[in-house]
Ligand binder design. Sequence first.
Ligand code: GTP
Ligand code: MG
Length: 358
Amino acid sequence: MKVALIGLPKTGKTTIFNALTHSEHSTDKYAPPVSEAYVGIVPVADERVDRLSALYQPKKTIHATIEYHDFPGIFGREGDTADNNLLSELKSADAFLVVLKGFADEELDSLYAYGSPLQQLNHLEEEFILNDLIVAEKRLEKIELGYKRGVKTPAIQIEEKAIKEIIACLQDNRPLRLLELSGEEAKAIRGFQFFSSKPLLVLVNSSEGELSQAEAVAAELNSQAYQAYAIAGKFEEELSKLDSDEAELFMADMGLSESIRDRLTHWSYQLLGYISFFTVGADEVRAWTLEKGSNAVTAAGKIHSDLARGFIRAECFKYSELMEHGSEKVLKEKGLFRLEGKEYIVKDGDIISIRFNV
Ligand SMILES: Nc1nc2c(ncn2[C@@H]2O[C@H](COP(=O)(O)OP(=O)(O)OP(=O)(O)O)[C@@H](O)[C@H]2O)c(=O)[nH]1
Ligand SMILES: [Mg+2]
């Protein structure tokens, strides 16, 4: 899973990224924007993996991971355009983690016209919509030009229909994440990776003392169908530098029961509707991330494309039943060891072994 931290300049993205990834990148208020995104890979804490590892004693234990990409501020001032390489890297993210400036800072406020957190979010949405509209209109022109030259395949007609719906949605000032396309239309335009189609996780970044105001803002955004949370970025960055006992004391003071890493992991899985399944054995115990509702072949493809291509069946049992009965042998005796076909919808906590033939 790839999550991009974005927002207007100096809203605290790198501060939060440092807290998440335990890194120490500069958060100088006066530094110009960096030219490349910072990348950090964070393991997904899951005690099920640890318990499976204790049971199977594998040579390797591999947790799922989330890749965070911390981008420099974008769309900060009228007419600012971000670098094209950065924009295309941004488009490859599965979700955007939008950081809004909820803390007070007169110097920054005089440099950038932030407005309220809600105004910042609206500004970003406008920029997403504008950028997407340019791409969609260009594509429509190309399709129409193709028609004049006699290129009119059924596939292009599906794409044309999708692009027209997209343009209408954007002209209506609505982000594409609110547009429902048919399965084949969605497939036809997937390659464009429109900004406004990305799922958004919104963080209202404030100082510890201002957290209750930030919470009120987050609640307001939640009522507008955003998934938003209040966060004290600088405080979290300081916490991440402490050893865990010390950090726990400070967290308890703030009423936090989990690290920012773990909170963001839950929020991202929830936002994207992801689940985890596991593979186990003497060599490796491993967690995999999958979109909820995916079938066994899709799950197989996560492990290796050969497994999807040559899929025969999935041997499958539940983590909870394994823990209850203690071994695969007992599960087999009790008939809890299942054989599933291609169309089986994988559930969170399934332990899977793919039989395949290529
Ligand atoms: N008071 C307060 N200041 C913060 C908070 N988070 C970040 N800052 C300050 O805001 C300034 C910018 O922080 P960064 O984390 O570098 O912001 P950024 O969004 O990564 O900046 P760019 O990448 O340049 O857009 C620094 O001076 C931080 O100390 C916060 O929660 N409270
Ligand atoms: Mg930064």
